[in-house]
Each structure stands twice: as C-alpha cells, then as structure tokens.
Design a protein around this ligand. Structure first.
Ligand SMILES: [Cu+2]
Length: 512
C-alpha cells in the first residue's frame, strides 16, 4: 500500500532527526496501517432466535440451541479467514426472551476444542453462568437453564475458557441476548423503536487485526492492552451500510473487541439519545454527541435521520485518561464504523418518552460489605487467577460496596458475573450520566478509583463460583481474574433484605 509506505518513510525520517526518541516512537508504531475500506456492503442483521417453548416438563421453558463451530468468513472479498461462529461461520443468532420466563440453552460443541458459553450480564445461578469451570468438551453438550429475573436489556453471550477466551471470541464466538419486559405496553419504553432489524438494530463492533491474506491475527504481547486491530467490523462486515427506513432508529451497540476502546458518535456531530446501558434502560433519555465503550460494554442509542441523508457512525479518538503513551499504542485512533443511509421517505417514529424507567436505588453503602481490589499489571490484589482458589464468599443477596483501583498507566476494565451494579463515584466525583445506570462492565482508567455498589446474586451455591475480572481479553487470559461463591452461612455485614431469597433457580450443566 503506497500510503503506508509513505507514512513509514516519513516516520523513519522523523526517527533519524529525533534519534533520542527513537525507541518510544518505535513502541508507538501501529500493528497495521488503517486499511482503505469502501463503504457499501449492506449491514447484516444476526438472525433473531426466540427459541421454542417446550412444555414437556410441565412448566414451559423457552429453549435455544447454540452450536459453536469452525468456519470461514471473508472480511476482505476473495480472502477467506478461519473463523468460529454459533450456528454458522461467524458470530451467532440474537437470542430473545422475556423477563419471568424460564430459559434453557442447549449448547452442542462442534468445535475440535473445548469451550464454554458465558451469559454476560445475566443475573443467573453460578452453575448456569458458563464461566471457566463450565467447560464443554469437543463433541459434548451442556444445557444451562435459569429464570430471567431482571429488567429489559441488551446482554450477550461468548466463550470463557480460561486462557483461551481472546482467541475464541476474536475468531467470532459472540452473540446478543435480548431480554424484554413481558408487557411492553406497560412501560414507558414502548415508544422506543423495537422492530428487530427494521428500527431496532443490533450492532456488534469489533476491531480486527487482519494480515495481508485477510486472516484474523492476534498480538497478545504487542503492547500493554493486548491485540488492537485497525479494521473495524460491524456485525462481521468492514465498510457496512445500514439502510434506514424510519425517522428514528435504535442501535444496540456492543463493543466486542478484545482491547480497543470506542467513542461512538456521528461524523456531523449530530446529537443522539442514549436510552440504555449494560443492564437496562436509563431513567430518562440522555442527549449526547458521543458515548465511549470499553470492551464488553453496551449502549442503546436512538438517532434521528432526515429523508435522503447519509451519516457515518464513527468512533472518535477515545478519552483514555492519564494513559501513557498518550495514544495508548494506537488505541487512541478514530475510525469509520457503519454508514446510515436514510431512504427518500421515512416512516414516522413515536416521540421519545420523557422518562424510561425507575431505577431502584443502589444498596446503602453504610451497611454493605466493603471490599477493595487493586488492578495492577495482570493481577488483582497481587494474585493471578487460580482455578482452585476462591477469593471470598458472599451472602446471597448481600449488599456490597467495592473500591476498585487501577494503579497502572494503562487501561483495565472490570466485569462482575451474575450481577448488575451501580457506579457510585470515580475518584470521589459523580460518574458521567452514561455510566450512572445498571452496569456489569466499567472502564478502569489509568490511576483512577471506581466505587460501586450492588446486591450479590440471590442464588446460593457453595460449589460453583462467579468470576470478576478485567475484560481486556489478553489480560483476562493472562490471569487478571478472581472468583467468589455466594453461599449461606457467610457472615453478611447487613441483612440481605428483599433480594435475599435463595435457591429460586436451578442451573444444570453436564457433559456427556
Ligand atoms: Cu486489564
């Protein structure tokens, strides 16, 4: 590519002139130049899968089938990349269920290696969570099940095999799991666009590090935050275009990258409304011109279009805080993501509701169990992940307040399994409003302290742990993870309160 060659020559010349800075310049070199992408391919919409209602056992169970398998996928026309997908070559179907339903996911592992399926953001029993202890051998089947008991949200599923997550997710094992309220008419959000694939669009965004033959490559040791790619895929496609047919469109954006931060916004800086974070609706639509997502975070946004116009959804250079170096090894770049092309006429959409949801207050921190976690290097509190070590035991439904420090000059983030939490403050200051709602993943910016509060899962199970970890997949694979169990008999610092009933769900996972 002539452009990259010219950049290289210019960079070389600069390095000669600035000889004393040469080592740091070399360290900042991006793994690949930003490839030229023509926008034009239609954005694929993952198939919607509502499962089947199975009443064989008495009470109905919504049953889904996922078959992780190997395949090939062309990010670059004519260049096939080896990939993995659920029920297909790349990514997976969008599973959809309602609050109050019992669901079962039958996972048939057609890979030639073991995997798990973790349900990210789902408030479920640990035995159904699909963490690294829930390995499904090649050829084996597992059938986790649970009762959905959480607000409507954009959740997702992906593998969690200890030490092998970056590769499996990176090759394409990821999909969305939407949970709805059972009676949409009864909630304010009924006015939000909600026709899947028409005005309610899932958007799985991943940076891809492609080699010249179009294959996916990994670079876990390349810099402090792991693999960064400069090809941006939306639902598996580079240069995708979304035809818009309605006045307002809802984008359910998931950052499914291993280590890249995105700061989503539109090329013309038009304002939009964010309506939901990881765990569900915000209290009210939040007007923004950009929303930043670290790996695994989600945001639902509503954007308004005029007939006949086109606008690019971009990722602007993210704010990486007190990061060193300032561009975080190329992590500070901006990209085009997907172009929205509005039709000549647009179907009118309902006005945005003024209020969306009533968020329950986080637990009172004065009577919560307090825990502190220091993220440093690849360790949490000086320890790397040990599958045989339980870091602590918590009370079912118990109130928790966590102090989480990133002492490094580079980014981490935090995901806690089985719960949705609330961010209370960052270095003592109120969180930005886009992070003030239900969260299961938050960025841990360099040298910042995050304080958060939540209730532990209500499901007691001394045998199966939940994970908490950095969701930068290189860090996670390298052991930046701990585990806890929720069990009766642990000494809660506070009465568990209304959320304290245990054992309401039954998870089952088995290999045969
Ligand atoms: Cu990390």
């Amino acid at each position: 590519m002539p452009l990259s060659r010219r950049h290289f020559l210019r960079a070389s010349a600069a390095a000669v002139v600035l000889a004393p800075l040469a080592p740091s310049l070399a360290a900042c070199a991006a793994p690949e130049d930003v490839p030229k992408v023509e926008f034009g391919a239609k954005l694929p919409i993952p198939p919607l899968d509502a499962g089947t209602l199975d009443s064989a056992g008495g009470s109905p169970v919504r049953t889904f089938h996922l078959a992780p398998q190997a395949g090939t996928h062309e990010f670059v026309a004519g260049k096939a990349a080896d990939t993995m997908g659920y029920n297909g070559a790349y990514l997976g179907p969008t599973l959809r269920a309602s609050r109050g339903e019992k669901v079962r996911v039958v996972v048939e592992n057609r890979l030639t290696e073991e995997t798990t399926v973790h349900f990210h953001g789902v408030q479920l029993p640990a035995a159904a969570d699909g963490g690294p202890h829930a390995m499904i051998a090649a050829g084996a089947t597992a059938s986790p099940e649970w009762m959905f008991d959480q607000p409507a949200a954009t959740l997702w599923y992906h593998p969690h095999p200890h030490g092998n997550t970056e590769k499996q997710v990176g090759l394409g094992l990821a999909g969305m799991f939407l949970v709805d309220e059972p009676a949409p008419a009864a909630w304010g959000a009924a006015a939000l666009p909600h026709e899947y694939g028409v005005d309610d669009i899932p958007l799985i965004v991943q940076d891809r590090r492609l080699d010249p033959s179009g294959k996916i490559t990994f670079d876990p040791s390349g810099n402090s935050i792991g693999t960064l790619g400069n090809s941006i895929a939306a639902n598996g496609v580079l240069g995708a275009v979304l035809p818009v047919t309605t006045q307002r469109v809802r984008l359910r954006i998931l950052n499914a990258s291993a280590g890249r931060w995105f700061r989503f916004g539109f090329a013309d800086h038009r304002r939009f409304h964010m309506v939901a974070s990881d765990g569900g609706l915000l209290a009210a639509p939040l007007e923004l011109d950009a929303v930043q997502l670290s790996p695994a975070e989600r945001a639902e946004i509503i954007v308004e279009m005029a007939p006949g116009e086109s606008v690019m959804l971009k990722s602007f250079a993210p704010d990486l805080g007190r990061v060193n170096p300032a561009d975080a090894f190329g992590g500070g770049r901006e990209f085009d993501v997907v172009r929205l092309d509005a039709g000549a006429t647009l179907t009118p959409s309902a006005a945005l509701p003024a209020a969306l949801a009533e968020l329950a207050a986080p637990p009172d921190t004065r009577v919560a169990t307090s825990r502190s976690f220091t993220f440093s290097g690849r360790q949490i509190n000086g320890k790397t992940m040990d599958m045989n070590r339980i870091d602590f035991t918590a009370a079912p439904g118990g109130a928790e307040v966590w102090y989480v420090d990133n002492v490094n000059a580079f980014q981490h983030n935090l995901h806690i399994h089985g719960v949705q939490f609330r961010l209370l403050d960052i270095d003592g200051a109120a969180p930005p409003p886009e992070r003030a709602g239900w969260k299961d993943t938050i960025p841990l910016m360099p040298r910042e302290r995050n304080r958060l509060a939540f209730r532990m899962p209500k499901y007691a199970d001394a045998q199966h742990p939940y994970m908490f970890h950095c969701h930068l997949l290189t860090h996670e694979d390298q052991g930046m993870m701990g585990q806890f169990v929720v069990a009766d008999g642990s000494a809660p610092a506070a009465a568990a309160g209304a959320g304290g009933s245990a054992g309401a769900g039954t998870g089952s996972q088995h290999a045969h």
